[in-house]
Design a binder for this molecule. Structure first.
Ligand SMILES: [Zn+2]
Length: 95
């Protein structure tokens, strides 16, 4: 059985954590070879994660949480516990 309250908490915590990191930014030198990675690539990934977590929170509210976006089947509780923002049932099947 899925503990939706727990998952909701985890998602909210994750959003906060990533928002904080986004605000903090980075102190990488502009001339550094990894500048693009730290100032563009990582924030992009962080924003995507925040977006996914927000989407998952909406799904919890409207009762569609845990249902695969592709095939409509239930995503396994173990997978959701590990990655609450999962949108697809199983990587090898739907993603
Ligand atoms: Zn599926």
């Amino acid at each position: 059985m899925l503990q939706l309250e727990e998952i909701e908490k985890t998602l909210k915590k994750k959003i906060k954590q990533f928002e904080k990191e986004l605000q903090k930014g980075n102190n990488v030198d502009r001339s550094s070879a990894s500048y693009h990675f730290f100032s563009v690539t990582i924030p992009k990934i962080q924003r995507e994660i925040i977006e996914k977590c927000r989407k998952a929170l909406v799904k919890i509210k409207d009762g569609t949480f845990g249902i695969c976006e592709k095939c409509g089947e239930k995503i396994s509780p173990d997978r959701l516990k590990e990655l609450p923002s999962s949108e697809l049932c199983f990587p090898s099947k739907c993603s």
